[in-house]
Every structure is written in C-alpha cells, then in structure tokens.
Ligand binder design. Structure first.
Ligand code: TYM
Length: 332
C-alpha cells in the first residue's frame, strides 16, 4: 500500500474550517486506500513562542479533534512529533543539504519573519520547512494531503529527496502533494480574497471547529458578499458567494452546479441561512466527540503513545539507512 503522511500545528485552541476542508477531510478519506501517518507537529509550533501549559493543552486538543473528525487509530499511526525523536535527527541531516538562499526563498518564512522582524524571528522559523521535509521523508510517503499554502514546502521536500538520492544513492521516496482543487484554499469570510487563517483572519472571518455553533452560524450569516443577487460560482466577480458555495458543497457532498440550481431565484440570505444550519448540525456532534476524547486524557495519551511506537519503527529504519549512506559509524 502506498504511504501518506501529513501534519498539523497545535497552535490554536481549535482547528478551523480551512484546515478541515483543505486537509483533514482528505486525511480521513485516504485511510481507506493508503497506509497513513498523521502527526501533531509540536516541534513546528515552537518556532514561535509558546506558553508551555497552553502548548500541552493544545496538543491534546488537536489529537482529540483529529480523532473526532474520523482519524482512526486502528488504521492510522496518529502521533505527536516530539515523541518520535527521528524527526529532529533527520531534520539536521537535511538542513545540511539545503542552501541558505533556497531556504530564504520560502514565502511563508518571508511573510512571518517580515511580520516579526528578522531579529525576533527564530532560526527555527527559517529551518521550519526542512523539518517538514524530514516529517515526510522519514515515512517514505508517496502522497501528502495539504492545502494550497503548503505547495512550496512540498516542492522543497521533493528537491531535497532528489538531491539526497543523487548524492548518496536512492534513500527517499519523492512525495507528491495531494491537494484537492475545490477546497485547496478556503477564504476568510470577512475578506474573501485572503485565505482563512488562524493567525491572519479576524475572529469573524474564520469558523473554528470548537467555537459555539451559534457563533459559527452568525459568522456565516454575516459573511461578506458582493452587491449582486445571483447565487453563482464565480471566484473573480463573486468571491464571497463562491467561497460559501465551496464550503456548502464540501460539507454536503452536493455539487456546486446542483447548489446553483437549487438557489436560482433565491438570494444570498437563503444560501447563508441554509449553510449556517448545515454547519451547526455538523459541529454539534463533532464537538461532543471531541469532548469525550478530552474527558479521558489518560486514554488519549495511550493512543498517542501507541501511534508514536508504530511511527518510530518506520522512522528509525529510514534514519538508520540515511546515517549509513552519509558515512556515520554504526549505532553504538
Ligand atoms: P497548518 O497547521 O498551518 O495547517 C494544517 C493544514 O490546513 C491547511 N490549511 C488550509 N487549507 C485550505 N484553506 C485554508 N484556508 C487553509 N488553512 C490551512 C494547510 O495547508 C495544512 O495542510 N507546515 C504545515 C504543518 C506540517 C506538515 C508537515 C504538513 C508540518 N509537517 C508534513 C504536511 C506534511 C502547517 O503549518 O500546517
């Protein structure tokens, strides 16, 4: 079976709809066809300052959300990155294969470091995409389900894999991004030209999976749309409506064309009201499941420990092969 790996940062109290529709939904689906490895990337989280108590809490909340949306620990290795030390170890090796300028061209780094100022931005923020490459290459992943914003990091990962293979002999599988076009980029509800983002969006611009569903409904009803009336998918002219149609379609499995027909002669208000209902009905049971996982932290930690053990078997084998290729002594 082909392998899949993906990761998500535990940097918010809740995942948002962009995370879910862009990536996590695909994580769940790929379990049917692939051998799947999914991690909560706490090492990535500390590239910006984190409060230790909050980080610990968010790591568990992240795992609980992944279980609640349907990541199945029987079928997937679900683990926390820091519990598999090979990630940091391979990352060092890959850092030594990466050009300084090459890393400097990563747009997420440029954006984030520009915001923080280069003196305050950490070196970890600079090497972040290389740790991400290590995450992927350790598992010989063939496919990596992510949103559009990760495309450049995936390209770097592919380049590093190819470069290492050329220099030292075939060691890594060269992975393909798995980006589902219709939901690759979910937009901010208040600014439908920007992506929905936990760091950049205003509170009303993003739907959090764990917020009060009444609040989510209100956000949908007050989403920014154009001054027209016609419910039509047209990202150029009708960015807001098109974003709502993408979300609606993904949550209901109804095609956008079908929705356009259903809302012929109706206004944006009807569309928003119905989508708000769909969303609330999806969120309520989801939140109950999250809570039930959080009610038993000991069990949650056991699930994650078991996932880490499974992940480590694969990761350790790849790291050992890598060390040998490089010319390191055998394990002491
Ligand atoms: P992160 O934690 O920012 O986001 C998790 C996933 O959500 C996707 N995403 C979106 N998709 C569509 N529309 C949006 N508005 C939207 N916002 C976020 C992201 O593309 C991502 O797939 N660097 C990664 C974490 C990572 C990783 C990895 C991913 C670390 N190691 C290895 C894949 C493989 C990140 O910051 O994702």
């Amino acid at each position: 079976r082909l392998r899949v790996l993906s990761g998500i940062q535990p940097t918010a109290d809740s995942f948002h709809l962009g995370n879910y529709l862009g990536a996590l939904r695909q994580w769940v689906r790929l379990q049917d066809t692939h051998e799947t490895f999914y991690c909560v990337v706490d090492l990535h989280a500390i590239t910006v300052e984190q409060d230790p108590k909050v980080l610990l809490e968010r790591t568990r909340r992240s795992a609980a959300q992944l279980l609640a949306i349907g990541v199945d620990p029987q079928r997937s290795a679900l683990f926390v990155q820091s519990q598999v030390p090979e990630h940091a170890q391979l990352s060092w090796v890959l850092e030594c294969q990466t050009g300084f300028g090459e890393a400097g061209r990563m747009t997420q780094f440029k954006d984030k470091s520009a915001k923080q100022g280069t003196d305050r931005a950490s070196v970890g923020l600079f090497t972040y995409p290389i740790l991400q490459a290590a995450d992927i290459l350790l598992y010989q992943a063939n496919a990596v389900p992510v949103g559009e914003d990760q495309r450049q990091h995936l390209e770097l990962t592919r380049n590093l894999a190819q470069r290492f293979n050329n220099r030292y002999g075939k060691t890594f599988t060269v992975p393909e991004p798995h980006i589902v076009k219709d939901t690759a980029k979910i937009y901010d509800l208040q600014d439908p030209t920007a992506k929905m983002s936990k760091s950049a969006s205003a509170a009303n611009g993003l739907v959090e999976l764990l917020e009060d569903p009444k609040r989510s409904a209100k956000k949908i009803r007050s989403a920014v749309t154009d001054t027209g009336r016609e419910v039509r998918f047209d990202p150029e002219e009708k960015a807001g409506v098109s974003n709502l149609l993408s979300i609606y379609s993904a949550l209901t499995e109804r095609t956008v064309a079908d929705l356009e027909t259903a809302y012929e002669g109706k206004g944006y208000g009807d569309l928003k009201k119905d989508l708000a209902e769909v969303l609330v009905e999806w969120l309520i049971p989801l939140q109950e499941r999250v809570q039930s996982y959080l009610d038993d932290v000991a069990e949650l930690d056991r699930v994650l420990a078991a996932g880490a053990h499974r992940a480590r078997e694969v990761a350790a084998a790849t790291l050992a092969a890598t060390y040998e290729r490089i010319g390191f002594l055998p394990p002491a």
